[in-house]
Design a protein around this ligand. Structure first.
Ligand SMILES: Cc1ncc(COP(=O)(O)O)c(C=O)c1O
Length: 442
């Protein structure tokens, strides 16, 4: 049976409904990214400006997906548009090295504390795949520790432990060790029991962009343990890089890993990725002229669109703006305003839940009835289970879209969001929660 919220969604989005009917004949689930699967159907967008985007039905939407975290400048930032347009006219692939890639790499070195050397890729998945390959080549060991629910893209190795492991060979699975986060004792015991551990990789603010937080103290504990045991520590800063602070989570928490992976903001809204870190490790790509090393230990690395001119043009503008203007501070201030507004709303409406998060990544948890410090909000598995309600959350997303906001339980802020957008978002949330209450879901 179609709920009143779903019926309103269908009525407001006939163009998206029609397109989804076509798309289902082309793509699995009708979509091109698992994250865009949606019941009854996803929206189809036409364009975006600043914090807003428009769908094919002409609805203006305040956007908190923010290009899956890549658009910290907002949509169609004029300086990015100008740089990309200019580069289009100069050539999009010149099969040569470029001034742009030098500037882009230097910016990464200046901003990211661990970045002694850098290599560009086209996505975060490639960057994380390369990072663990480098750690394995450098240490001569094969096992990699990751943490429950931490997401590092869709490569065979790093999908292990998550849903959707079809097609991954057992041999590959056996090289990965998946541990619960925030328990240094378990990590230490695992390294003691497995002399073959090459690396530990994690999202430094926690799983799903920080939605299931890692305790800041855990980062320091991991640093101490990995230094002591010779295990390579990799921070996957694909989301947090250039966002949590200009220098990512590592600068924010003052913990410098051996290696860092980046993407999203790095590319200024175009595809781009990078792995950076200690020179000795990144140099596993560098030919030495030693036949044995070059044949057996060196990592071959090609990639048609590595550091491509369009991404480099957009990325250098984005990193310039992050380095020299108040992009980070503005996005953070909007995050704080939204978090405060949502928490006031929950209190006023007497809805169990909390809004938490740091910097410009804000999370709304409905149904959670616990003490929340509104920052790094760590819940017990029991509290998480108590708050879990997929149907309620699905209806919430639809109702928010009906009220002009595209968010999940996650709100990714940009520097283009204005106070009015945030206040309108809190009003939209009030309407959505009222509808959920009328449907008996909260
Ligand atoms: C922490 C993290 N690592 C890696 C990736 C994969 O990046 P990409 O989608 O660019 O391949 C993502 C994507 O959301 C991510 O959030």
């Amino acid at each position: 049976m179609v709920s009143p919220i779903e019926q309103r969604y269908i009525d407001l989005h006939p163009g998206s409904l029609e397109r989804h009917a076509q798309a289902r004949d082309i793509f699995p689930d009708g979509v091109t990214h698992d994250g865009r699967r949606m019941s009854p159907f996803p929206i189809y967008a036409t364009h975006g400006i600043g914090p807003h985007k428009w769908d094919v039905d002409g609805n203006r939407i305040i956007d908190y997906w923010t290009g899956h975290g890549s658009m910290i400048l907002g949509h169609s930032h004029p300086e990015v548009v100008a740089a990309v347009a200019s580069q289009m006219g100069r050539g999009t692939h010149l099969s040569a090295s470029s001034d742009l890639e030098i500037k882009w790499g230097q910016q990464v070195q200046q901003l990211i504390p661990s970045a002694e050397k850098v290599r560009f890729h086209s996505s975060g998945t490639e960057a994380t795949m390369m990072a663990i390959r480098m750690a394995r080549a450098y240490t001569g060991k094969s096992k990699v520790i990751k943490f429950v629910e931490h997401f590092h893209g869709w490569s065979d190795y790093l999908t292990v432990g998550s849903a959707g492991m079809g097609g991954i060979p057992e041999e590959t699975k056996n090289t990965m060790i998946v541990l619960p986060p925030n328990d240094i004792g378990i990590v230490e015991k695992t390294i003691q029991d497995n002399p073959d551990v090459a690396a530990i990789i994690l999202e430094p603010t926690g799983a799903h962009m920080g939605q299931i937080p890692v305790l800041p103290s855990f980062l320091g504990e991991l640093r101490e343990l990995t230094e002591r045991t010779g295990v390579v520590l990799i921070f996957d800063e694909v989301v947090t890089g250039f966002r949590i602070s200009k220098g990512g989570a590592q600068a924010y928490y003052g913990v410098t890993p051996d290696m860092t992976t980046m993407a999203k903001i790095l590319g200024g809204g175009l595809p781009g990725g990078a792995v950076a870190g200690k020179a000795d490790i990144i140099n596993m790509i560098q030919a030495r002229g030693d036949a044995d090393f070059d044949q057996n230990r060196r990592i071959a690395h090609n990639g048609t669109f590595n550091a491509n001119p369009l991404s480099a043009a957009a990325g250098t503008v984005a990193l310039d703006l992050i380095m020299n203007t108040d992009v980070t501070e503005t996005a953070n201030a909007m995050g704080q305003r939204l978090k405060d507004g949502l928490n006031d709303l929950l209190t006023r409406m007497e809805v169990p839940g909390c809004a938490s998060g740091i910097a410009s990544l804000i999370f709304l948890r409905l149904g959670a009835d616990h003490e929340c410090d509104k920052g790094v909000c760590v819940m017990t598995p029991e509290q998480t289970a108590q708050a879990h309600n997929a149907h309620r959350d699905g209806q919430f997303v639809l109702s928010m879209l009906n009220n002009g906001v595209h968010a999940t339980s996650r709100f990714i802020m940009s520097a283009a969001h204005r106070e009015q957008d945030v206040d309108d978002t809190v009003d939209a949330t009030e309407r959505a929660l009222t509808e959920l209450r009328q449907s008996g879901l909260i």
